[in-house]
Ligand binder design. Structure first.
Ligand SMILES: NC(=O)c1ccc[n+]([C@@H]2O[C@H](COP(=O)([O-])OP(=O)(O)OC[C@H]3O[C@@H](n4cnc5c(N)ncnc54)[C@H](O)[C@@H]3O)[C@@H](O)[C@H]2O)c1
Length: 250
């Protein structure tokens, strides 16, 4: 089945963690649907490789760590000199190690929460004022089924994603009187590089909980993100959209 394209003509999207995995696939579909795309990623080599492969004049990129507020704000200032930011996909994330809470390295625990939760806060904090000025915005926060269910041996990741779900609900309500939608998505496991950060047993355990009995395909995920990011989404906000193959039914 061919992927459905959307109308993102004249829209500019920032996609964090866009150099590979989910973020890169979203970037591809946005570009094919007429958007200008700006990838933010911490990995300059991966940005270079992916930008070369995409080879699209409507694609630009910044090397930025989303957990560094000042760096995020500096990027936003530079971009908004030339263009609006219409769409923000808060997708950058890491799982961190597979470990019980009492064995978890304290600095790593903070780092996982810093990237998954504070990264989302930082990007929203820096970009939302310009969306308010333009009375237009679509924000999608990439959480995880772990943020709903709480995965054993992944407390930092589960907390970071649960925080991003709560942030979505608060921010969505704060912006509900404007043409700005803020939603979260909660995918189950998909075969991207992020799985390498966890043990094989942990990944198998996650998969065994999915009634669809398979991994999520990145293209399936992108389709949901596209609709939430589109102009057509005029009502849904402050909500959490599940894409976990039946694992989470709320
Ligand atoms: N793949 C899955 O199974 C799965 C399931 C549920 C949720 N998610 C979430 O989806 C999102 C994308 O994950 P993915 O599977 O594509 O993983 P991935 O590892 O392929 O991509 C993540 C990207 O984020 C970037 N990144 C990491 N830390 C960053 C930082 N501090 N600042 C900027 N960029 C940073 C990485 O360099 C990488 O390019 C993550 O938030 C992840 O938690 C993934």
């Amino acid at each position: 089945m061919d992927n459905i394209l959307f109308n993102f003509n004249n829209k500019t999207a920032v996609i964090t963690g866009g150099a590979q995995g989910f973020g890169l696939d979203i970037a591809k579909r946005f570009l094919n649907s007429g958007a200008r795309v700006i990838i933010w990623d911490i990995d300059p080599e991966m940005i270079k490789k992916s930008s070369k492969n995409l080879n699209n004049p409507n694609l630009s990129s910044y090397t930025v760590d989303v957990s560094d507020y000042q760096a995020v704000e500096d990027c936003v200032k530079e971009i908004t000199k030339k263009s609006n930011i219409d769409i923000l996909i808060n997708n950058a994330g890491i799982t961190g190690p597979t470990a019980t809470l009492w064995d978890y390295d304290i600095d790593l625990w903070k780092k996982v929460v810093d990237i998954n939760l504070m990264g989302t806060f930082n990007c929203c904090r820096a970009i939302v004022p310009s969306m308010i000025k333009n009375n237009y915005g679509r924000i999608v926060n990439v959480a995880s089924v772990a943020g709903k269910d709480g995965n054993a041996n992944a407390s930092a990741y589960s907390v970071g994603k649960a925080g991003s779900i709560a942030l979505t609900k608060s921010l969505g309500k704060e912006l509900a009187d404007k043409n700005i939608a803020v939603n979260a998505v909660t995918p189950a496991g998909a075969k991207t590089r992020i799985l390498d950060q966890m043990t094989k047993e942990h990944v198998q355990r996650m998969l065994s909980k999915v009634p669809r009995a398979r991994f999520l395909e990145v293209e399936e995920f992108t389709s949901l993100v596209c609709w939430l990011s589109s102009e057509e989404n005029t009502f849904s906000t402050a909500a959490v959209f599940d894409i976990s193959g039946g694992r989470s039914t709320y």
